[in-house]
Every structure is written in structure tokens, then in C-alpha cells.
Design a protein around this ligand. Structure first.
Ligand SMILES: *[C@@H]1O[C@H](CO)[C@@H](O)[C@H](O)[C@H]1NC(C)=O
Ligand SMILES: *[C@@H]1O[C@H](CO)[C@@H](O)[C@H](O)[C@H]1NC(C)=O
Length: 424
């Protein structure tokens, strides 16, 4: 009898021990996932916008979250020599910041390569710091101030995500092409035109629209945006002010979202909501690439030999004391294509490249830093085509992208291009 009790006791002890270990492991897993996901369950409320924050959709990713975010070895990241050489090390603010980041990158050895995300705690730069570093800051356009103060803020909360966006459709895992369209809250009509035409989802093709929030001076569109997101499941909304100078931030958080929610996409099209893309021609082009081309693609209408514009009245003005040197070759931001497998490097290198006021120049800098050259493609027309051809469906059949078309032109072009009666 006694022996039987002893046996029972031992069995009970051993099994409770196992259960304890099991649960402690479970907790560890939960913990790291939560740390890395950093997606708040409750949206942060911006002061002055108290009432209608978009509802947070189910942000729990279906796949194991952050696989690529976690598995990326920072020691695998190298920053190209030509990139370092071509950006002058001189007095301009951005240049100094870049080279200081590069020194940090070089001085950390492999073992202590900390996650660069730790560096950015989003403390807006003080005016004093900026003034000390940029002597003529008073002559900068007022909006530049907002940009400069926010340069270190890189992790705004995701208010609406689409974690299931790239889950397998009908058994095959891989999404071939993701359209990522920069939009702003009030462009409902443009988004709808895209959904009904070239951005319509199909087998292995997905579409997301990238949005921030409207300014405090605008009437709140939060509820409409929230409804739209539920209805169409294609909006990504972050909690930052959606402005021209914040487009670089939009790019950075988009890279992060891709790694978390869509890491296995073959190709990404990133573009504006006022372009016309020829989806079939894009797919045909991508499928025609050789294997070595398709893993290192960065193409569009490439602008070579550009330099900063120094006229303060121009939208793309960049002050002398902010940036000096030429721009790298870059694909016009109206629409360009790149390989999905470059995302981990792009995202991580972007921590070592200070934000830039012009997003497509920034993209060019990131690609150059990871050693990928922009390759020009003649069928991307971000400066549009001859006036008389702009409504001609036959001309558009051979093009991959034109800028710009309004929603009505987009609808008409698409309908006519796909009409059985069309003879080209
Ligand atoms: C870091 O790792 C790379 C390759 O993994 C190696 O070539 C390099 O020498 C290492 N650097 C240091 C400082 O250990
Ligand atoms: C970018 O967004 C942040 C967060 O909303 C805001 O503080 C900043 O002023 C914005 N910057 C610009 C240039 O609009």
C-alpha cells in the first residue's frame, strides 16, 4: 500500500514539474512576441483629436509574427562603399547625421550589434538642438520645422492593420505582387477607382493603401476611414500626420508592416493613388525576369544625376545647410517595383539613414546603401505621355505606368483597354 502511494506521489511530482516548465516556456514565447509586435491594443489618442479614433481591427497576425523581423542577422547587413563615398562628409546637417550613424554602425562589432530600433525613443528634437546644428534654421520653410523635430520618431502606432492580407489564397502560399498605394484619408474616390480597376485583387495579387491621419484643421474622417477599412480590408492606417514631409516615415513603417504581415511577397509595387498602372503588363514583365534579376529588382522611371533644388518656393526645396551632394539614382515615387526579398535589408538599413524630406530620394538612398542599382524601365511614365495620347487605350496597353490620371479617366481607360471591341 505504502509503496503505491509513493509511486503516485512521484508521478504527481514529475508531472507537475513538467507542467510548470511547459507554462514558463509558454510565457516566454508570449513575452517576446508581445515585445516585438509593439502593436498597441488601444490606439494612442493624439491631443486635440479626442473623439473618433478609428477602431483597431484585429491586429493579431495569423502567421507567426515577425518571423523576418526576428530572424534577420544585423551582421548580415553591409553598407555599400560607393554609398559612403558618394555622400559628402561636410557641414550639412543631414550629411553629418548620416556619417555619425555610419560610424555607429561600424563601431558595433558583431556580438553587440543591438537592435537599432532601440536607438529611437521618439523624443522630438528640441529647437535648441536644431538651432545649434543648423545656423540658418530661421530661413527654413515653416513645415521643415515639423519634419526636423520628428526625424527621430520612427515607430508610430499602427491603428488599422490587415494581418491576414497575405494569408494564402486557395492553397498556394506566396503572393506574387503587392500593390502598396500611398493615399491620404480624404481620397476615397481615388481608392475606389483603383479597387475597381488596376488594383483589383486577384490570384496572388493583393492591394493595400497606406494612410496616416488627417490634420487637426481638417474635419475628422476617422469614422469613414474606419468603415472603409472594415468594408474593403485594404487600408493600413498609422497614427501620424499624413503630410508630404512624413512620406519617408510612411515608407519606413510600411517596410516594417511588410516584414510582419507580408514577408514572403515576391514583388512590391509602391506608388501614388493618382497613377494608372497596367496590371497585366506589370505581371507579364515580372514573370519574364531571369532569376538573378528578380531577386535584386528596383525599377521604374529612374532619375539619374539629380541634385537638390535650392529654390525655397518649390515643393522639393532642400536647403543647402540641410543636405549637400548629388542624389543617388532613384525611381520616381509615382510608381516603382522592387523585389520582396530585399525588404529585411531595406528596413534595417533605413535605421542608419536619417529621414529625408523627399521620399523617393530616400528610397534611392536605401537601395544604394544595400548595393542595389536602380534600373530604368522605359514603360514607366511618371512625367506622363503626349497630351493627345492620354485617353488612348492602345497606347496604354504597352505601358506599365502613367502619371497622372483622375478617377474618371482611370475608369474609362480601364474599361476601354479591356473592351472586346478594341482594335489596336
Ligand atoms: C563580423 O562578421 C562578418 C561576417 O559574418 C566578418 O566578416 C567580420 O570580420 C566580423 N567583424 C567583427 C568585428 O567581428
Ligand atoms: C509627422 O507626424 C508626426 C506625428 O503625427 C507629427 O508630429 C509631425 O509634425 C509630422 N511631420 C510633418 C512634417 O508633418
Amino acid at each position: 500500500m505504502k509503496r503505491k502511494y509513493m509511486k503516485l506521489l512521484i508521478v504527481a511530482l514529475v508531472s507537475s514539474f513538467c507542467v510548470a516548465i511547459f507554462f514558463s516556456k509558454l510565457k516566454d514565447v508570449e513575452h517576446t512576441q508581445r515585445d516585438l509586435a509593439k502593436i498597441p491594443s488601444v490606439p494612442a489618442v493624439t491631443p486635440g483629436k479626442p473623439t473618433t479614433v478609428p477602431v483597431v481591427m484585429n491586429t493579431k497576425p495569423k502567421r507567426k509574427p515577425n518571423q523576418k523581423l526576428m530572424s534577420f542577422e544585423l551582421s548580415a547587413l553591409t553598407i555599400s562603399e560607393t554609398f559612403r563615398k558618394d555622400i559628402p562628409k561636410n557641414g550639412a546637417f543631414w550629411n553629418r547625421k548620416l556619417h555619425s550613424f555610419l560610424r555607429q554602425f561600424d563601431s558595433t562589432d558583431n556580438q553587440t550589434h543591438k537592435d537599432p530600433r532601440d536607438k529611437f525613443k521618439c523624443q522630438p528634437e528640441s529647437f535648441e538642438l536644431l538651432q545649434t546644428n543648423i545656423q540658418d534654421i530661421h530661413s527654413y520653410p515653416p513645415l521643415y520645422g515639423d519634419f526636423l523635430r520628428g526625424m527621430e520618431c520612427r515607430d508610430p502606432p499602427l491603428l488599422i492593420g490587415q494581418p491576414g492580407k497575405c494569408s494564402s489564397d486557395s492553397g498556394d502560399d506566396q503572393i506574387f505582387l503587392l500593390f502598396a498605394i500611398k493615399s491620404i484619408p480624404r481620397h476615397f474616390e481615388r481608392r475606389q477607382a483603383i479597387r475597381e480597376t488596376w488594383g483589383r485583387e486577384r490570384h496572388q495579387v493583393r492591394t493595400v493603401f497606406l494612410l496616416g491621419r488627417s490634420s487637426e484643421d481638417d474635419p475628422s474622417l476617422d469614422k469613414l476611414v474606419s468603415y472603409e477599412a472594415q468594408q474593403f480590408q485594404d487600408l493600413l492606417v498609422w497614427d501620424f500626420h499624413d503630410s508630404f514631409y512624413n512620406l519617408t516615415l510612411k515608407e519606413h513603417v510600411f517596410f516594417k508592416w511588410m516584414l510582419e504581415s507580408c514577408p514572403d511577397v515576391s514583388f512590391v509595387f509602391k506608388g501614388d493613388d493618382d497613377v494608372f498602372a497596367n496590371t497585366q503588363a506589370i505581371l507579364d514583365y515580372l514573370k519574364s525576369l531571369k532569376p538573378e534579376e528578380s531577386t535584386a529588382l528596383y525599377t521604374g522611371q529612374v532619375i539619374f544625376d539629380a541634385s537638390p533644388l535650392r529654390d525655397p518656393k518649390i515643393k522639393y526645396y532642400v536647403p543647402q545647410s540641410f543636405y549637400e551632394g548629388p542624389y543617388p539614382p532613384y525611381a520616381g515615387g509615382g510608381g516603382f517595383l522592387f523585389s520582396g526579398n530585399l525588404l529585411p535589408s531595406l528596413y534595417h538599413v533605413s535605421f542608419y539613414i536619417p529621414f529625408f524630406p523627399i521620399d523617393d530620394v530616400y528610397t534611392g538612398l536605401c537601395f544604394k546603401a544595400i548595393g542595389i542599382n536602380a534600373v530604368k524601365h522605359n514603360s514607366f511614365r511618371t512625367f506622363d505621355i503626349r497630351e493627345q495620347d492620354r485617353e488612348n487605350p492602345c497606347v496604354h496597353k504597352d505601358l506599365l505606368l502613367v502619371h497622372q490620371r483622375d478617377p474618371q479617366q482611370t475608369m474609362r481607360l480601364w474599361r476601354n483597354m479591356h473592351s472586346d471591341m478594341l482594335t489596336c
